[in-house]
Write a protein that binds this ligand. Structure first.
Ligand code: R5P
Length: 314
């Protein structure tokens, strides 16, 4: 790609944006993303982006609507300022779980948000661990959806968590992620069958464990922790089934409502979470950064190099 590489950040995750910028040795563009007195979003890109290859770093994390609208307006400003290519770097893609009509008369929010992003003027999307790979098809522009399995597998291995462990999917939807991590580490994996009792409160029931966890360290891997209902229910069941200790690892930590307190009061030994959303601080939370990964991928996209070559084991 010919144009100069430029980075613009919204307000969702300044620390991650700074880290990506430091890894690339490219400063963040001078840009104002503020509010008018009535609460409307005020975007002003204060340096030229004409002909540039611009990467907009913005997770659409809570407050989701504010961060989404910032992203759309930044993209619009860049398009009108003649950026030659705009990549929406969305480490956490909000509304992604609403990807189908599971009952009548509900929206497919993930598709509508994809339409917004494309209509605003994004030419590409770079994200991490979408709940379902098919979401890429909601866009008619290229989407790089980075996988989390190598990141978690490397971390568990480095921290000595890979011995005598079983990797657990806390619901059927997480099975591919869990088997990916397990395969890389040569470990067995198990699946918890979960039923969501209430979408509104997040109340869930963990019903069965498929696979053997007795005497092992169980490490659950999932895309998102929101209320914590899924993993807390699964933790109890895994212990009833004889797991020696229980950990959990997440790509995206929303930590809605009192999730952090509930984790602190639970028997979970540790919760590993990336910084796609600024993670809360708590004695049980272990943060791992995806800043270097995003920086490497941005560099590759900018230089029109293969992204998959960074993950030679796939
Ligand atoms: C959906 O099934 C996701 O993979 C997560 O399991 C879910 O979003 C977690 O939500 P919560 O923490 O509220 O149970």
């Amino acid at each position: 790609m010919g144009g100069e590489l430029k980075l613009v950040a919204g307000n969702s995750n300044p620390a991650l944006a700074e880290e990506i910028s430091a890894c690339l040795g490219v400063p963040l563009c001078d840009a104002e993303v503020g509010r008018f007195p009535d609460g409307e979003i005020n975007v002003h890109i204060k340096e030229t982006v004409r002909g540039a290859d611009v990467f907009v770093i913005q997770s659409t994390s809570p407050p989701v609507n504010e961060h989404l609208m910032e992203l759309l307006l930044i993209i619009d400003a860049l398009r009108r300022a003649s950026a030659s290519r705009i990549t929406a770097v969305i480490p956490y893609y909000g509304y992604s779980r609403q990807d189908r009509k599971h009952i009548g008369r509900v929206p497919i929010s993930a598709k509508l948000v994809a339409n917004f992003i494309e209509t605003a003027g994004a030419n590409r999307v770079l994200t991490l661990d979408l709940p379902a790979g098919q979401l890429q098809g909601f866009f008619d522009i290229p989407v790089d959806n980075l996988r989390i399995d190598p990141i978690f597998a490397d971390y568990f291995s480095q921290e000595g968590l890979a011995q005598d462990s079983v990797i657990v999917a806390p619901d059927v939807g997480a099975a591919r992620r869990a088997s990916g991590v397990a395969e890389r580490l040569g470990l067995p994996y198990a699946i918890v069958e979960k039923a969501r009792v209430s979408d509104k409160t997040g109340q869930v029931e963990a019903r069965h464990v498929i696979g053997e966890v007795k005497g092992r360290r169980a490490i659950m891997v999932d895309d998102i922790i929101s209320t914590g209902g899924t993993i807390l229910a699964a933790t109890d069941l895994l212990q009833e089934c004889g797991a020696r200790e229980v950990y959990a690892a997440f790509s995206h930590g929303i930590f809605a409502a009192d999730a952090v307190q509930r984790i602190e009061q639970s028997s979970l030994r540790g919760v590993i979470v990336t910084n796609t959303i600024p993670p809360p601080v708590s004695p049980k939370l272990i943060h791992i950064s995806v800043g270097k990964l995003f920086a490497d991928i941005i560099e590759r996209i900018h230089e029109d190099q293969s992204v998959s070559k960074l993950f030679p084991h796939y």
